[in-house]
Write a new protein. Structure first.
Length: 270
């Protein structure tokens, strides 16, 4: 909550300061546990430092989570402000190695390590690398690479979903993306613009897509709907016909009931 105007807005737990989207004043955020929050921040490794020295600083495309404005920034940047709406954008990479249930919003990479377990449903990132357990929900503006074995009960909404080699994953939820690329083995229900199964890739399930490409050596098994939306229409209710006969389990007759007059009994007859 902004102390100047009282405006309420959601921010990442990793932020120390922010700018009010209503009055444009900046203010510090209350911290609950700095050690717990910063423990998932991924520091650059030795390979990244060497690559930076040899190849120089690279650039990346950053998408604002508030207004979807796109800008190109250096990979060295740790944070920025959206030039369109003024929202704060975190650009750091995060690595989850233990059970984690708090919200994360970063335009950098989110890495779920093999022993990591993400259960938060408020996670937004620029790219994702999933090797551990995902039971929450991730919104990714770039590529989400999956390299795990087993069932994934969480959900992913991304631009590109990549099933890497040596992966053997069963997506329990429906996966929505612009492009679904399979290099490993997966079972899923997919809603995408394009599906690509490369050599050695194996996909089983239901696919709703505008186009699909299966290269030589790739396998697809399941239902395929090209150019159709995922529209499951419920069947129209059928009015019950009261003239249909009802039978016990041992009866074999079917058809309409034939009404018969009861036998007439004369007076005096027993």
């Amino acid at each position: 909550m902004c102390p100047h105007c009282g405006h309420v807005q959601e921010e990442s737990v990793l932020l120390r300061t922010t700018v009010c989207r209503k009055c444009r004043n900046d203010y510090p955020l209350e911290r609950i546990s700095d050690d717990a929050d910063t423990s998932i921040v991924k520091e650059p490794g030795l390979f990244q430092k060497l690559s930076r020295m040899v190849f120089g600083v690279k650039e990346r495309e950053v998408v604002c989570f508030t207004c979807a404005h796109t800008q190109v920034l250096s990979t060295e940047a740790q944070s920025t402000m959206c030039p369109d709406c003024g929202s704060y954008i975190d650009l750091r990479d995060f690595k989850i190695t233990t059970p984690f249930s708090r919200s994360v919003q970063t335009a950098g990479e989110l890495h779920i390590a093999p022993k990591g377990d993400l259960t938060s449903t408020k996670v937004s990132c620029g790219s994702a690398r999933i090797e551990g357990s995902l039971r929450g929900y991730i919104v990714c503006t770039g590529t989400a690479a999956v390299r795990m074995k087993g069932r994934m009960t969480g959900g992913i909404d991304c631009k590109q979903l990549l099933v890497e080699k040596k992966a053997d994953v069963e997506f329990v939820r429906t996966m929505k993306c612009k492009e679904f690329v399979v290099n490993g083995k997966s079972t899923a229900k997919i809603i995408a613009d394009k599906v690509i199964i490369n050599k050695g890739g194996w996909l089983e399930g239901t696919v709703y897509a505008r186009a699909i490409t299966v290269e030589k050596g790739g396998v697809f098994s399941g239902e395929l709907f090209i150019g159709q939306d995922d529209g499951i229409v419920a069947p129209e209710p059928v009015e019950e016909d009261k003239n249909l006969a009802r039978f016990e389990e041992d009866d074999l007759g079917y058809g309409p009931i034939k009404w018969q007059e009861p036998p007439r009994v004369d007076d005096g007859e027993i």
